[in-house]
Design a protein around this ligand. Structure first.
Ligand code: HAM
Length: 489
């Protein structure tokens, strides 16, 4: 016969003299206020619009004269807190990034978020260089919070030099900072999953990267009906510039200007192109080529013997073999806004056109030489956390992730804190996740068990402890039993 009273009796009986939770001093109440404001502050799962951000700013002011010393509990504009429920989603997404990278046999690398400003100074007029979080550190060095990871990757490849065995396939997940105008899914900080391949000059590297992207989408429940990956090559523009005898040194600038199509009008693009020294005829020719969206049309315009057409044909043919061709389409307007791309470029978009690019990447065979290193063929992509979460919300695909703890250990008497701690310690050594609960009523413990999805409740009582026993309740079946402590698994 058990020395424990049945649990339902314990539920009704007041346990040890327990005082109600002590009232908290003011600073400890702060998190509650933060939670109240979290919708406006746009945490991970909440969509972002400029209006909401403005609303968030308007609640930054102290609540009343009495609270005037209270600090602003919102994170800086455009940045996010990650309370546990948001953090669970972020971790889930990152686990998927990591798993896909593992499946494609990529190695993980990491870099400092703070980098030297010189790494990000480029003269092509890219938006990203105008959005830098840059400042001077206490030693007078110009530094930035990195807006992207590719330059850090290039820096490390140069630093490691000949010790690297090519090809190398690296992935990383890290926070990036851009002083952006905020729209849905675009923030001032975001996390980016990057996969990059160094040392492969052939299009099969791009085919592998796109395979990873498609695999990620599929793992998240997104199909090719929801998302498309638009592909082109900067070599298309290069060929057009040659056709119009535009000097080669204007190539990068032209790409950066042309990438603004859709954000500014055709006429404005034309004007900007002409300001760089491109003739009006060439500017019109460049813009016309951007509207081509079939490979056969491209072949008609550029001929079939150029690298642009050959690369694209090869990529589309490999896509058939990989089995992801329904995701891909050729679209000459995909140029990408970053200066360093040299070949194939691609971006994934929601087919409804509600969001900005979900991810983007391409080939950048000459980036290393811009930092003084020897060039190595390279390509990669960046995949942000914010736009994909918006899309998952749109599609009802955000998983319902709950906290999951294996056991709750609860001593029925204050003096049993020590024995309960030893039960906790032995279970944790076995790898179980265990929450030790003290100073609460049993009713609270049951509610808590439900909240945290505990599988078992382990009660440590005085007389049972004397006999080397504890009582176990399986919470899903309500089954109860006693077990010797050394047999508790
Ligand atoms: P990107 O197109 O500038 O490329 O960024 C890649 C992805 O990061 C975007 O498609 C988007 O998902 C996310 N992203 C960028 N800016 C923001 C923002 N302000 N808020 C939220 N998400 C954002 C690059 O950064 C290249 N370095 C990618 C790359 C890697 N190319 C070769 N290797």
């Amino acid at each position: 016969m058990s020395a424990f009273p049945p649990l339902r009796h314990l539920l009704l009986r007041p346990r040890l003299p327990l005082s109600s939770p002590p009232s908290l001093p003011l600073p400890l109440r702060l998190p509650r206020r933060r939670l109240l404001f979290s919708a406006a502050a746009q945490s991970f799962s909440i969509s972002s619009t400029t209006t909401q951000d403005d609303a968030a700013e308007s609640v930054d002011a102290p609540v009343s004269g009495k609270d005037s010393s209270l600090i602003d509990v919102n994170p800086p504009r455009g940045t996010r807190d990650f309370p546990p429920e948001e953090m669970r989603l972020r971790s889930w997404l990152f686990e998927n990034f990591r798993e896909v990278s593992r499946i494609l046999s990529f190695e993980e690398v990491d870099f400092p978020v703070l980098e030297s400003e010189a790494l990000f100074i480029r003269k092509a007029g890219e938006e990203i260089t105008q959005q830098l979080y840059n400042f001077e550190d206490k030693g007078g060095r110009r530094v930035v919070l990195r807006p992207e990871i590719t330059p850090s990757l290039a820096r490390l490849v140069i630093k490691e030099g000949k010790s690297l065995s090519l090809p190398l396939k690296w992935f990383t997940i890290g926070q990036c900072w851009r002083y952006e105008r905020m729209t849905r899914g675009r923030r001032r900080e975001h996390y980016q999953w990057n996969m990059d391949i160094f040392g492969v000059s052939k299009v099969r590297a791009e085919a592998e990267l796109i395979h990873a992207i498609v695999m990620l989408f599929e793992r998240l429940g997104i199909t090719s009906v929801d998302v498309g990956i638009r592909v082109s090559s900067r070599k298309v523009l290069q060929a057009v510039l040659q056709m119009y005898a535009v000097p080669e040194h204007l190539f990068t600038q032209v790409c950066v200007i042309v990438d603004k199509l859709g954000k500014i009008t055709r006429e404005e693009i034309e004007k900007e192109l002409m300001l760089t020294g491109v003739s009006s005829k060439a500017a019109k020719g460049i813009i016309n080529v951007l509207s081509i969206n079939s490979l056969s049309k491209l072949e008609e315009v550029l001929g079939s013997d150029g690298e642009a057409v050959a690369d694209l044909k090869k990529l589309f043919s490999l896509a058939e073999y990989y089995g992801y061709s329904t995701w891909l389409s050729f679209d000459a307007s995909i140029v990408r806004g970053l200066a360093y791309y040299t070949g194939i470029v691609f971006e994934a978009f929601d087919r409804e056109g509600k969001l900005r690019a979900i991810c983007g990447g391409g080939r950048y065979d000459t980036l290393l030489s811009t930092f003084g290193g020897d060039n190595i063929p390279a390509c990669g992509f960046g995949f942000g956390d914010a736009v994909i979460m918006e899309l998952l919300k749109e599609k009802g695909l955000v998983p319902d992730l709950v906290r999951q703890v294996d056991d709750i250990v609860f001593p029925l008497d204050e003096e049993l804190e020590g024995p309960a701690s030893s039960v906790v310690s032995s279970l944790r050594k076995k790898g179980r996740s265990v929450d030790l609960v003290l100073d609460k009523r049993l009713k609270w413990v049951f509610k808590h068990a439900e909240r945290i999805n505990a599988s078992r409740l382990i009660l440590v009582g005085n007389s049972e402890w004397q006999q080397g026993m504890v009582r176990v309740k399986i919470l899903s079946t309500r089954e109860e039993y006693e077990v010797k402590i050394d047999q508790l698994q």
